[in-house]
Design a protein around this ligand. Structure first.
Ligand SMILES: N[C@@H](CCC(=O)N[C@@H](CS)C(=O)NCC(=O)O)C(=O)O
Length: 233
């Protein structure tokens, strides 16, 4: 199995966590964020993650998790009670919709306004010249692609506080969203919320965000925490 990915992409973190929790062996092929040729060749579209598992590359993190549950059912990342499976996928989807694009914008905004952060994230291995040009082109591309602005960030931060409070209400102090073990819903919520670790101090210190990050930490793992944490500036 081969995962085509950008290591810090939260959709890729989501798939890596599912592969690890299922104990599946896999290789990774890391792409540069601005070169999507390997992704297109494998899956006919441009977004990561893409999982190659025999046939054509499978795109979309949720489609990949569904594939893994079908092809490698044990250990299961679904609740024991089959009656809860649909609810589990519903929560998995809610976590994606509520947090995915939102936390990416928030984290990228903080990266853009923190000196040196984009260099570290995208160009840590590049030559000085490549880094100099790449950062300028990259900043413009990210700002346009995700329509980033100070006003948008302000609205996003308010939305993140609301979404985090809702997630905590659903968790209700329990360790899992559903049943008594970790499921795809928890994996999705934790990984989609995780980029908030790289948000501005004021947002990170919001009580709901803090509590959600404390819950998400063990689910996303130390490496991801450290990676996002190092971008916080
Ligand atoms: N629904 C897809 C979203 C994939 C996605 O947005 N991937 C991001 C990386 S986190 C990407 O490749 N973005 C490039 C772009 O949007 O231009 C999934 O769940 O995998």
């Amino acid at each position: 199995m081969r995962l085509i990915q950008i290591p810090f992409s939260h959709n890729c973190v989501k798939v890596r966590r599912a592969l690890e929790l299922k104990g599946l062996a896999y290789e990774t092929h890391d792409i540069a964020p601005m070169d999507r040729s390997a992704v297109s060749r494998s899956s006919g579209q441009a977004l990561v993650p893409v999982l190659e598992d025999g046939g054509a590359g499978i795109a979309d993190s949720t489609a990949i998790l569904r594939h893994l549950e079908r092809a490698y059912p044990e250990p299961s990342l679904l609740p024991d009670d089959p009656a809860l499976h649909a609810e589990c996928w519903l929560l998995e989807d809610w976590a994606d919709r509520a947090f995915m694009a939102l936390t990416r914008r928030i984290a990228y905004w903080n990266v853009l306004v923190t000196p040196g952060a984009l260099e570290q994230l995208w160009f840590s291995d590049a030559s000085a010249l490549k880094r100099f040009i790449g950062v300028r082109v990259g900043k413009r591309a990210v700002t346009r692609r995700f329509r980033l602005s100070a006003g948008r960030n302000k609205r996003d931060e308010a939305e993140a506080k609301k979404a985090a409070a809702l997630a905590l209400e659903r968790l209700g102090g329990r360790p899992f969203l559903l049943g008594d073990r970790l499921t795809v819903a928890d994996v999705s919520l934790a990984t989609m919320a995780a980029p908030l670790i790289a948000a501005r101090d004021e947002l990170r210190h919001d009580p709901a965000i803090k509590e959600l990050m404390a819950w998400a930490g063990p689910v996303v793992g130390e490496q991801t925490l450290a990676l996002y944490g190092s971008l916080a500036g």
